[in-house]
Design a protein around this ligand. Structure first.
Ligand SMILES: Cc1cc2nc3c(=O)[nH]c(=O)nc-3n(C[C@H](O)[C@H](O)[C@H](O)COP(=O)(O)OP(=O)(O)OC[C@H]3O[C@@H](n4cnc5c(N)ncnc54)[C@H](O)[C@@H]3O)c2cc1C
Length: 646
């Protein structure tokens, strides 16, 4: 039997494990590749992490990251879960009462709160009501916005941003700033990962699948709309035993096809490519603090882009760092938002989650606890730009409602879009009541966040079955939610796209029924984001490559540009002892490349190289959106405050 080639997958979240599954179940790839997955936690999961929390004499599976999925927005996850090997392992519950409540700092005796269900809409017009935001103006504006979303795609507004819309609303609003500040911004902040409304990056095509009531066939059984400002959201699901159960199932199912090596509790510290051989070395520290290393034919990084920056910028990888990754991956930021180098290409965010039992984290105005989750700006008052500071808000999931289990009463999950610090006056759970805490970095859920760095990343991908001028022969690939959208579907689809591009694995979830065609469509959308088609011919060719029975084309091909760059680099590069050992002659390396595919690669359309401008623009706009115009009432308050100061 010929020796297998070796692939290392870095990161055991949904993406890494989905890739493990896709490679293991594919008859050709599993024969060809020996797989090692290295992950820095004690179980697979990543952001799909579930903690078993002891409470009231029982153990509750509380998700510290992923909370909900939906068949509508996550068709490939849905397709996978329908398969016997998964339906027998992963339980999923429907969740058709996604109730959201929002609390704000009161303005005098005026309580500014609302909820999208009757409990928090009552008595809005009575003196002393806690929920005065659900007033007649607001109800009219909610109706206007939801009605516009329904028609937005039909009338050509799909790619326009919410900022463009509210700069000059085509339909009349009673009190647009009140609607934006107290209804839309909190909702978008929850969707986008807290602390940012991103009006100028969110388009109507992002919101349409969430807020439109879609006429889907009843047999699909996906009620809509998923999101609403005036009613509970419908059509959601949650993993009964937590999101980890899905990731663990993918890992278990993969092992039934072909055994692979899963290295847990181990932190990958450096990855570099030998410029002569194309072999990739991975270095990691295991749980006993031992340093390990291994050499692979391909490495797929499923870690976020800021982690990738730390891993790729090492002394053995300086050629590729300086000439490739600095531009497309760039540096990260520390927990206080300070750049770790220049440029910062990916505008990710820091955040933190706590599982706790501290009920004082709930807003004192929203103590009915009927909601699934509570957006809390009550403790975020006092900026010059409004009467609450969106960046200092947090959201608490009430576990008895999330888990639909009264015994979980008193258990909470609180999520921040920053790293809170009690010493700075941030409201944090009482440390004696915290069961688990986890800091994380993340992208943004809205697919429009694909613009900018995401759209350029293909140029930093190792070579695959679509080639682009300017790529280098690194044998390092990027998958993960940063490359598509920050969701379980984004994670799965990015894994399937890399499996196809770098390993020739065909789309594995095809069944010829309407639902699965939709899943396939979603996959092609994300595939195209990661590996854009440059013209119609290219589009057809790459679609053809995805169809069953089609042989994989040119995965090992090295476009001449890439080869020239690799050669030139070899002259100037200082090789480490380890690297020198593995070096083979340049002649031998180039002789192993198939000539026909090389020639084919030269024909590709030349794309303009990525400009840094787009990345910095994204960064700037992201910042801008957190500043909000105050509502009428608030403006008065700010003016009053200023006058006092003077
Ligand atoms: C708080 C929160 C709530 C969310 N809610 C939802 C939701 O309700 N629905 C939804 O669909 N999505 C949600 N998401 C998004 C979803 O969790 C992610 O998009 C998805 O899980 C990402 O999977 P991934 O494998 O791409 O990345 P990750 O899950 O981040 O996996 C990568 C993993 O690699 C590991 N790693 C990092 N560095 C190293 C290293 N040096 N060496 C080895 N391993 C390393 C880490 O453990 C890391 O977690 C949420 C995310 C967060 C953070």
């Amino acid at each position: 039997m010929p020796t297998k080639k070796k692939v290392c997958i870095v990161g055991g979240g949904a993406t890494g494990v989905a890739l493990l599954w896709a490679l293991s179940r594919d008859p050709q790839a599993s024969q060809e590749w020996e797989i090692t997955l290295i992950h820095n936690q004690s179980t697979v999961g990543g952001h799909s992490l579930t903690c078993d929390v002891p409470w009231n004499g029982r153990s509750f599976p509380v998700d510290i990251g992923v909370q909900f999925i939906s068949p509508m927005l996550y068709p490939n996850v849905h397709e996978m879960l329908k398969r016997t090997e998964f339906s027998s392992r992963v339980a999923v519950d429907d969740y058709n009462q996604l109730k959201i409540a929002c609390a704000f700092p009161p303005e005098g005796s005026n309580q500014l709160n609302w909820g999208n269900f009757p409990g928090y809409q009552k008595n809005w017009n009575q003196p002393g009501s806690q929920f005065s935001l659900f007033n007649a103006d607001m109800q009219s504006d909610i109706g206007a916005f939801q009605a516009f979303i329904e028609v937005s795609l039909l009338i050509g507004w799909g790619n326009k941003t919410l900022q463009e819309y509210f700069d000059n609303p085509p339909t009349p609003y009673q009190n647009p700033s009140q609607f934006i500040n107290y209804i839309l911004a909190p909702y978008l902040s929850i969707i986008n990962g807290y602390g940012a409304s991103l009006l100028d990056q969110t388009t109507f095509i992002d919101l349409f699948p969430l807020f439109a009531k879609l006429p889907l066939p009843q047999s699909w059984g996906f009620p809509t709309p998923l999101g609403s400002f005036s009613n509970p959201g419908t059509g959601w699901q949650r993993f009964t035993n937590g999101a980890r159960s899905w990731v663990q199932a993918m890992s278990d199912v993969a092992q039934t096809y072909v055994p692979s090596t899963i290295v847990l509790n181990s932190n990958v510290t450096a990855v570099w490519t030998d410029q002569s051989t194309g072999q990739v070395t991975v270095q990691w520290t295991d749980q006993n603090n031992n340093q390990n290393s291994g050499t692979f034919d391909k490495v797929v990084l499923t870690t976020d882009m800021w982690t990738n920056s730390l891993i790729l910028n090492n002394s053995n990888n300086q050629y590729f760092w300086n000439n490739l990754y600095a531009k497309y991956v760039g540096y990260g930021q520390d927990e206080n938002g300070n750049p770790l180098g220049n440029p910062v290409v990916w505008p990710l965010m820091w955040g933190k989650c706590y599982i706790h039992s501290d009920s004082s984290m709930l807003s004192p105005d929203l103590m009915e606890q009927e909601e699934t989750l509570q957006f809390n700006a009550y403790y975020a008052q006092g900026t010059a730009n409004g009467n609450y500071d969106l960046t200092k808000t947090f959201t608490t999931y009430i576990q008895k409602n999330v888990l639909n289990d009264p015994d979980a009463d008193g258990l909470y999950l609180t999520m921040y879009g920053y790293i809170p610090n009690a010493a700075n006056g941030d409201k944090v759970p009482d440390p004696t009541k915290v069961f688990f805490q986890e800091p994380w970095t993340h992208g943004k859920w809205t697919p429009s966040f694909m613009s900018g760095p995401k759209a350029q990343l293909y140029l930093a991908q190792g070579l695959g079955n679509i080639s682009y001028s300017g790529q280098m022969n690194t044998n390092i690939y990027f998958a993960g939610n940063n490359t598509t959208a920050d969701s379980e579907e984004g994670a799965l689809d990015s894994a399937l796209a890399i499996a196809n591009y770098a390993f020739g694995v065909e789309y594995p979830l095809a069944e010829f029924e309407a639902e699965s065609l939709f899943a396939y469509f979603m996959y092609t959308v994300y595939h195209n984001v990661m590996f854009p088609k440059q013209n119609a011919g290219h589009a057809i060719a790459s679609l053809y490559q995805m169809l069953p029975e089609k042989k994989q084309v040119g995965v090992t091909a090295s476009p001449p540009t890439a080869r020239t760059q690799v050669k030139r680099a070899t002259v100037s590069k200082k090789t480490s002892t380890a690297t020198r050992k593995k070096t083979v002659t340049k002649k031998a390396a180039s002789a192993s490349r198939p000539k026909k595919t090389k020639r084919a690669a030269t024909k590709k359309t030349v794309r303009k190289p990525a400009s840094r401008k787009s990345a910095s623009t994204t960064k700037k706009t992201a910042k801008k959106t957190t500043l909000r115009k105050p509502a009428k009432a608030t403006r008065k308050k700010v003016v009053a405050k200023k006058a006092k100061k003077r």
